[in-house]
Write a protein that binds this ligand. Structure first.
Ligand code: SAM
Ligand code: SF4
Length: 355
């Protein structure tokens, strides 16, 4: 264990549960028992992927969701329309790899037509982005986050188990060129794996029009190989970068956004750190997720999900769907407990319930 990774502790209490018996409000925005409201919905539109990142999926043997159990475009649209009526303003399409979805453009075009969405974004591995960037922009997508954990071809291939780095670079170029901006890069840093990415990607943030976000490695890998000592913490990332380029912290536009933002003092760009493990931001979390098979996940680390698909497919009225959404959000727990002995890793990896 390094000095940057605090040891597990049982103190403070891991997950103040809220009152399981209390009922959610019947009107107003979607909110929970801890004073948080939901402004952001992340939708996983597939669990399939063309990469096999070591921190997310196993190399082989993934059990895919049956096609019949996955939501249809019309079902996603209905959910989004209801969520927007309840105050959601930001939609992020994710997966699995969303670029593999055969009706992605249609989905984006129809979502764009729903009044009230302020930000329509997508998280992608970028492999098929170059050939889709212009048409996605035309369909109404605002911006993309592209995952990139190494700018070295061998390092990229080791992490993703696929030799696709040149395609991702072409995708990044295309996204910036067609105006899917700001183009953000998500970089997960794992000890003894891709620590060199910290300086390599910081340099990229200084020289190219990309906003890099370093993400702490979270216990959400399907192979359950996560260990606290593999987490390269936010404080270590800051220290490594500031030893080369002096930094200053800046305020973001949205104080509910998860990234801490920094500016290089010499004016050459900015970057962010998402410190989910060592500096959690649960108290300002405004997100919920929907998995590709229609389960609401009120927290990335939640152990329980609420099934919406059965309602969508049983002729339920919008009011019933709203009621279920309100209940799932109301019972969102106060925060995760990763650094305690009581933490239990949820089933499935990020490719299932969407990052
Ligand atoms: N396939 C797309 C991609 O890779 O961008 C979208 C889905 S992926 C699950 C969404 C994000 O989750 C990616 O940025 C990925 O790096 C991140 N992610 C996956 N597993 C993670 C883990 N164990 N810890 C931290 N981030 C993780
Ligand atoms: Fe696929 Fe994204 Fe998971 Fe990598 S992180 S395996 S690209 S879903």
């Amino acid at each position: 264990m390094t000095s940057h990774s605090p040891p597990p502790t049982d103190d403070p209490p891991a997950v103040p549960p809220g009152d399981a018996e209390s009922s959610p409000p019947t009107d107003g925005a979607l909110r929970d028992q801890f004073g948080r409201s939901v402004g952001s919905l992340r939708i996983s539109i597939t669990d399939r992927c063309d990469l096999r990142c070591v921190y997310c999926m196993p190399e082989t043997g993934t059990k895919w969701l049956p096609k019949m159990s996955m939501l249809r475009v019309e079902e996603y649209l209905r959910l989004v329309r209801i969520a927007v009526e309840l105050g959601v303003r930001k939609i992020r399409i994710t997966g699995g790899e969303p670029l593999l979805h055969p009706r992605l453009h249609e989905l984006i075009r129809s979502m764009r037509a729903i009044p009230g969405i302020r930000d329509l974004a997508m998280t992608t591995n970028g492999v098929a982005l170059a050939e889709n960037a212009a048409s996605l922009k035309a369909a109404g997508l605002d911006r993309v986050n592209v995952s990139l954990d190494s700018i070295e071809r061998s390092g990229f291939t080791a992490i993703t188990r696929r030799d696709r780095l040149p395609a991702v670079f072409r995708g990044l170029d295309a996204a910036a060129r067609v105006g899917l901006r700001p183009v953000k890069i998500n970089t997960v840093v794992i000890r003894n794996y891709n620590e060199a990415a910290v300086l390599d990607l910081a340099k990229l943030a200084r020289t190219r029009p990309y906003q890099v976000r370093f993400i702490e490695y979270m216990p959400l890998d399907a192979q359950r190989r996560w260990e606290l000592n593999k987490v390269v913490s936010a404080s270590e990332i800051r220290a490594r970068i500031s030893a080369h380029w002096p930094l200053e912290r800046i305020d973001g536009e949205d104080d509910r956004a998860p990234a801490q933002l920094y500016r290089f003092r010499d004016g050459a760009g900015t970057f962010g750190i998402i410190a989910s493990v060592t500096e959690p931001f649960c108290t300002s979390c405004d997100r919920i997720r929907i998995s590709a098979d229609g389960k609401i996940r009120s927290c990335l680390f939640a152990l329980e999900e609420t099934d919406l698909r059965h309602l969508l497919r049983s002729g339920a009225a919008d009011a019933e769907i709203e009621k279920l959404l309100r209940r799932a959000v109301w019972h969102k727990w106060e925060g995760h407990a990763i650094q305690t002995r009581r933490f239990v890793q949820p089933e499935g990896g990020m490719s299932y319930f969407g990052g």
